[in-house]
Design a protein around this ligand. Structure first.
Ligand SMILES: NC(=O)c1ccc[n+]([C@@H]2O[C@H](COP(=O)([O-])OP(=O)(O)OC[C@H]3O[C@@H](n4cnc5c(N)ncnc54)[C@H](O)[C@@H]3O)[C@@H](O)[C@H]2O)c1
Ligand SMILES: O=P(O)(O)OC[C@H](O)CO
Length: 412
């Protein structure tokens, strides 16, 4: 049903190849093979090129070739990202490409999985060089703050490329998913109705096409007018088909239409995880960590209510994987939590620990704490977000982690 009248298939590119980007390439590659009527078999993956040396404990280590090699070439040879996702075999239908424009050429689905600080520059390189009716999903966790205010990363991508962009976020520690351990995620996809309801030659949808329409709210006409419709030759990008791209037996997808709620959950939980790491590093135990998480969740919901009142729903934070569940997993085993904890234990800064232990992986909580603070200060609201403000001040060495209980206590 979903492919009614479709002669073309969607081509998918993963824009990014870090720990989560490479994991995403694995599950998407498995799904395109499972749904050959919808998707082309080859999945491109843009690799930010760098020279890597295969670690001595790697199964691919060979003393004869113990010299730096290009990451993209090595990936295409061994089907493993030895630097960012070691010991996980990636299906051979994933092809690494170091040229971002070439990797996205002719792709109708772009999956963005880059650290958020790199998104604007990469989008600027891609602008005007992608299929005009492409659709994107942002799996990056972060926000885009400028003097004009705050934007979701999905909005930043959509506006720069002039395409629709949804979001995927959840309690998703990449290494667990790469090992096919069960997890859930939330996909927010609320595209223009024309994507689900390809017009018939007379302009009105057939009844079978109407059946494909996901429950959606009216789309502002300006947005619909700006977007290029997906040509009829392609299978519609209905919720059903988007789910087929991501859902695996070990990666359960729930689809919602709240792009703002899903995006904010993923971005703001990284600040909370730093706060949880600080108190854990002090050896204060699980009760202290739970107190930080409680206050952080309230600030996350408040941030959505204040700054995205028309779009984000508080139920997304409480009911979906992208909200409280992601706070929980991030405050147990995420990189932001672990690095903040080590920083306190070793008397170093979080930035130093990131450099020392992450081998090129990037924290998102530190830059998000600075961005959120800069935005809240512009708005004169930093005192209404005491945990977010405390984390920023601790990173800036203007406050001590020991002061967190007083700093997050409500003030009259
Ligand atoms: N790793 C996880 O468990 C996980 C899970 C869910 C979401 N995420 C989110 O996914 C996003 C990407 O994270 P990740 O874990 O895939 O990456 P990562 O932190 O593992 O790796 C950093 C990546 O950035 C790339 N990079 C370095 N300099 C660059 C530059 N100048 N321009 C472009 N790219 C550059 C590196 O090549 C590498 O691919 C983040 O927003 C993160 O919060 C991560
Ligand atoms: O390792 P972190 O802190 O970047 O968190 C990873 C994921 O976002 C957890 O859902």
């Amino acid at each position: 049903m979903a492919t009614l009248g479709a002669q073309k298939k969607h081509k998918v590119t993963i824009v990014g190849s870090g720990n989560w980007g490479t994991t995403m390439s694995k599950l998407v590659a498995e799904n395109v093979k499972a749904h050959p009527q919808l998707f082309e078999e080859t999945v491109n993956m843009w690799v930010y090129e760098e020279e890597v040396t295969i670690p001595k404990d790697s199964r691919h280590y060979d003393p004869a070739s113990d010299k730096p090699q290009k990451l993209s070439e090595l990936f295409n040879k061994v089907h493993e990202n030895v630097k960012y996702l070691p010991n996980i075999t990636i299906p051979s239908n994933v092809v690494a490409n170091p040229d971002v424009v070439d990797s996205c050429k002719n792709s109708t689905i772009l999956i963005f999985v880059l650290p958020h600080q790199f998104i604007p520059r990469v989008c600027d390189q891609l602008a005007g060089k992608i299929v005009p009716y492409a659709r994107a999903i942002c799996c990056t966790k972060g926000i885009d703050v400028s003097e004009k205010g705050v934007r979701l990363m999905s909005e930043a991508i959509g506006m720069r490329l002039n395409i629709y962009c949804g979001a995927l976020s959840g309690a998703n520690i990449a290494s667990e998913i790469a090992q096919e351990k069960y997890s859930e995620t939330t996909v927010a996809y609320d595209p223009p109705p024309m994507d689900s309801r390809a017009p018939t030659p007379s302009g009105s949808p057939t009844s079978s096409q109407v059946d494909l329409i996901s429950p959606s709210k009216p789309v502002p006409s300006a947005r619909s007018a700006r977007l290029k419709p997906l040509p009829n030759e392609y299978p519609p990008l209905s919720h059903e088909n988007v789910r087929k791209l991501f859902h695996r037996p070990y990666f359960h997808v729930r689809i919602v239409d709240d792009v703002a709620g899903v995006s904010l959950g993923g971005a703001l939980k990284n600040i909370i995880a730093l706060g949880a790491g600080f108190v854990d590093g002090l050896g204060w135990g699980d009760n202290a960590k739970a107190a930080v998480m409680r206050v952080g969740i309230l600030e996350m919901v408040k941030f959505g209510k204040y700054f995205f009142p028309d779009s984000s729903k508080s139920t997304t934070f409480t009911e979906e994987s992208c909200g409280v569940a992601d706070v929980v997993t991030s405050c147990m085993g995420g990189r932001n939590f672990r690095c903040a904890k080590m920083a306190i234990e070793q008397g170093k800064t979080v930035f130093e620990i990131e450099q020392e232990v992450l081998n090129g992986q990037k924290l998102q909580g530190t830059s998000t704490a600075y961005e959120v603070n800069s935005f809240l200060t512009q708005e004169g609201k930093e005192h209404e977000f005491p945990l977010f403000t405390a984390v920023y001040n601790i990173l800036e060495k203007k406050a001590k982690p020991e002061d967190i209980p007083q700093l997050i206590e409500p003030k009259d």
